[in-house]
Design a protein around this ligand. Structure first.
Ligand code: RTP
Ligand code: MG
Length: 141
């Protein structure tokens, strides 16, 4: 397993439910270190750019509308196998299909309001972390 970073976003539904701390505990308990963090309210342009790989998909507008519906908490996580570890903690995209004990099973309501985003590869993680955090804002070992 590689020592790597991944980008995580706590989406507007989970921020509104006041479960940022509970989700952070799951990262920490799994050995993932929070190495950068920022709360923000995304503009439509930022959300469209961030999710541009999905721009031809039928759910694109709903996804962007949802991601700008309230503040989000954005963090970079670091650790052994961070990308896969975070995806395991998150559970399946559709919370109905997510394994018991995952973040989406416990905190998400629907495939749109599904509590968290996590990078799906190390290469995408680099791009996504660069999208939100300048290098100077990332914890240095
Ligand atoms: P994410 O990117 O947010 O971490 O989620 P993911 O990898 O599990 O899912 P992805 O396929 O990348 O889709 C991005 C987000 O779009 C919404 N979605 N809706 N209605 C639908 O069929 C549908 N499919 C995807 C979800 O909110 C998903 O997290
Ligand atoms: Mg994805």
């Amino acid at each position: 397993m590689a020592f790597e970073r991944t980008l995580s976003i706590i989406k507007p539904d989970a921020v509104a439910k006041n479960v940022i701390g509970k989700i952070y505990s799951r990262f920490e308990d799994a050995g993932l270190k929070i190495v950068a963090a920022r709360m923000t309210h995304l503009s439509r342009e930022q959300a469209e750019q961030f999710y541009s790989v999905h721009k031809e998909r039928p759910f694109f507008k709903a996804l962007v509308d949802f991601m700008i519906s309230g503040p989000v908490m954005i963090q970079a996580l670091e650790g052994e196998g961070a990308v896969a570890k975070n995806r395991d903690l998150m559970g399946a995209t559709d919370p109905q299909k997510a394994d018991k004990g995952t973040i989406r099973a416990d905190f998400a309501d629907s495939i749109d309001a599904n509590a968290v985003h996590g990078s799906d590869s190390s290469d995408n993680a680099r791009i996504e972390i660069g999208f939100f955090f300048p290098e100077i804002d990332i914890y240095l070992r």
